[in-house]
Ligand binder design. Sequence first.
Ligand code: FES
Length: 169
Amino acid sequence: MTTGEALRKRVRQTLRDQPYPTVTVLSSLLAVQDDMGYLTEEAIQEVARFTGTTINEVWSVASFYLNFRFTPPGDHTVEVCWGPACHLRGAQTLLHDILGQLGLSGEGETGDSHISLKLNTCLGACTQAPVISVDHGLMGRMDSERALKAIQGASHPRRRERRHSREVR
Ligand code: FES
């Protein structure tokens, strides 16, 4: 089986195995990206087939939303909120220090592909501002020291267990 065929099979399986039916192009794309971390050309084609629409229509949805990505993410994802509440509570300093630590000048992957850094306009925990998330685990009332420690600890085994927690720590 070629890599492309294996990818197609995985995408079809993902779309079929959703606990709730993925009936729209958007929900199908979200399911596939949740599983694979990004969208490949094969994924776009399979979503078009699954939803009974055209590849162009699927591309138009996928390219409209900034949360979809078309290249593999880093091993770990760090999101820094720079929405209004977080901005007022020091997100700019936090972001400056995190960018410095990661050797980045903006969103993207570190040179070793270990970390993907994303900016978010609201992580939904404004009362805990400033907020970051590490592998989807929200962390509130951050300061630079705690944030850098959390990012360094991203690959710690206990950290991986919490990867999908939405609880604010
Ligand atoms: S503005 Fe940062 S969590 Fe809402």
